[in-house]
Ligand binder design. Structure first.
Ligand SMILES: NC(=O)c1ccc[n+]([C@@H]2O[C@H](COP(=O)([O-])OP(=O)(O)OC[C@H]3O[C@@H](n4cnc5c(N)ncnc54)[C@H](OP(=O)(O)O)[C@@H]3O)[C@@H](O)[C@H]2O)c1
Length: 344
C-alpha cells in the first residue's frame, strides 16, 4: 500500500489531498500542531494525525519515519522551511511543495501583493519572471512572494524529485479565508441586489483544492524536479462567480454593474483585478493532470459548507467574524441601498 505524509495536512489543501489519496487506497498521515483541527471526515477515512511543528527537524523526521511514496508540504513559506524539507524529500519517491502564483511578477515588477496590481500579457506560464527571492517577514505583503520564491529556489536547486506547485486563489471546504462568503452571505441575507465594480469583469483565476489534489495524484505517479501551475479549467469573472453562487443557493438578485463613475467603495469583491490574472495550466495537463471539475462544480461543496455553518448558527470557527477587516468592506448594505435609491 502506498504511503503519503502531508505536512500541514489538516488545512484547506491538505485535507483535499488526503481525501483523494485515501479514496484511492493510500495510507495517509497528516501533520499539524493542533489535533483539534483534524477534519473528522479524513479521520473517518483512516488518516492519522501526527503532531509536528514545521520548524522542528526531529518531529518532522519522526513523522516521516522510514520514508514515503509521496511527501506534500503545505507549510513551506521560506528558504529555511525548504532547507528542512530536503532531508525528508531524500526519503520520498515524489515530493510536492505548495508554493503560490504570488511569486509571479509582470514586466514592471508588480505582483499580486503590490500596491499596483500586476498586468500580465496573457495566461501566465511557469517561465514568467518571478519576484526576487527574499528573506523579509514572509507574513508581510512584500515578503510572501519573495520568500516563496526563495523556498522554490532551494527546492529546485537540490535536484531532488520535488514538484513546485503554484496555485492561484484556492477554494474549498476548510478555507480559513473563504472568499465565496462575500456572495454566500449576501444570498443568505436575501439581498435583492448585488453591486459589482468594473461591471463585474474582474478575473483572478480560482483553484479548487480538489483540483490541486488531482494534480498531486499525477505528481505522485510522475516524480520530477519542476514547477507546475495549478488552476481550475475555467477562469470566471466576478459577475460569473456571483451568478454561480446565487444559483447554488437558489437566490436571485438584481445585478448593478458599476462603472468608473460609481464610488470605489461600492461593489467590491475579492475578484476585482483591473487586468485578468489567469494561469496557463498546459504544463500540468501535459504531465497527465485532469481537473475534477470547473469552478461551478468544485465550489459547490464549499458553498454548502458555508451555508450550513450560517444556518446552524454559533461561532464554529468556519465563518468570518463580522468585524473581520478583510470581509467587512464587502458588506456595507446601507451605502449600497443609498446608492441604488438615488439612481432610481
Ligand atoms: N489558500 C490559498 O488561497 C492559497 C493560495 C496559494 C497558495 N497557497 C499556499 O498553500 C499552502 C497551504 O495553504 P492552505 O490554505 O491549505 O493553509 P491552511 O488551510 O491555513 O492550513 C495550514 C496547515 O498547516 C498547519 N500549520 C500551520 N503552521 C504550522 C506550523 N508552524 N507547524 C506545523 N503545521 C502548521 C495547520 O495546522 P495547525 O495550525 O494546527 O498547525 C494546517 O494543517 C500554503 O503554503 C499557502 O502559501 C494557499
Amino acid at each position: 500500500m502506498s504511503r503519503a505524509l502531508i505536512l500541514g495536512g489538516t488545512g484547506l489543501i491538505g485535507r483535499a489531498v488526503a481525501r483523494r489519496l485515501l479514496s484511492a487506497g493510500w495510507t495517509v498521515d497528516v501533520t499539524g500542531r493542533n489535533p483539534s483541527r483534524m477534519p473528522p471526515e479524513i479521520a473517518a477515512m483512516g488518516a492519522r494525525f501526527v503532531a509536528a511543528d514545521r520548524s522542528d527537524e526531529g518531529q518532522l523526521r519522526a513523522a516521516l519515519g522510514s520514508g514515503a511514496d509521496l511527501l506534500v508540504d503545505c507549510v513551506c513559506y521560506t528558504a529555511a522551511d525548504a532547507r528542512l524539507l530536503l532531508p525528508l524529500a531524500q526519503h520520498a519517491s515524489s515530493t510536492a511543495l505548495i508554493s503560490s502564483r504570488a511569486v509571479y511578477a509582470d514586466a514592471d515588477g508588480n505582483h499580486s501583493n503590490s500596491d499596483v496590481p500586476p498586468h500580465f500579457e496573457g495566461p501566465v506560464r511557469e517561465s514568467q519572471p518571478t519576484v526576487a527571492p527574499g528573506d523579509m517577514d514572509y507574513r508581510s505583503r512584500e515578503g510572501y512572494g519573495a520568500n516563496k520564491a526563495a523556498a522554490e529556489q532551494v527546492a529546485l536547486d537540490s535536484g531532488l524529485p520535488i514538484t513546485v506547485v503554484r496555485p492561484s486563489r484556492v477554494h474549498g471546504v476548510g478555507a480559513s479565508r473563504p472568499r465565496e462568503w462575500v456572495f454566500v452571505k449576501r444570498a443568505l441575507d436575501r439581498r435583492g441586489v448585488v453591486l459589482l465594480t468594473r461591471r463585474g469583469t474582474g478575473v483572478v483565476h480560482p483553484t479548487a483544492a480538489a483540483n490541486i489534489a488531482a494534480l498531486i495524484g499525477t505528481v505522485a505517479e510522475r516524480p520530477g524536479t519542476r514547477i507546475l501551475n495549478c488552476a481550475d479549467p475555467d477562469a470566471p469573472s466576478a459577475l460569473e462567480i456571483s451568478r454561480v453562487i446565487a444559483r447554488l443557493l437558489g437566490h436571485t438578485w438584481d445585478e448593478v454593474l458599476l462603472d468608473e463613475t460609481a464610488p470605489d467603495t461600492l461593489g467590491r469583491t475579492p475578484w476585482d483585478s483591473p487586468h485578468p490574472v489567469v494561469l496557463d495550466t498546459s504544463a500540468a495537463e501535459a504531465l497527465g493532470y485532469r481537473p475534477v471539475g470547473d469552478y461551478a462544480t468544485t465550489v459547490a461543496a464549499a458553498v454548502d459548507w458555508l451555508a450550513n455553518a450560517a444556518r446552524t448558527g454559533g461561532d464554529t470557527g468556519v465563518l468570518p467574524r463580522s468585524d473581520d477587516p478583510y470581509f467587512s468592506r464587502f458588506f456595507d448594505y446601507a451605502a449600497e441601498d443609498a446608492f441604488v435609491t438615488t439612481r432610481t
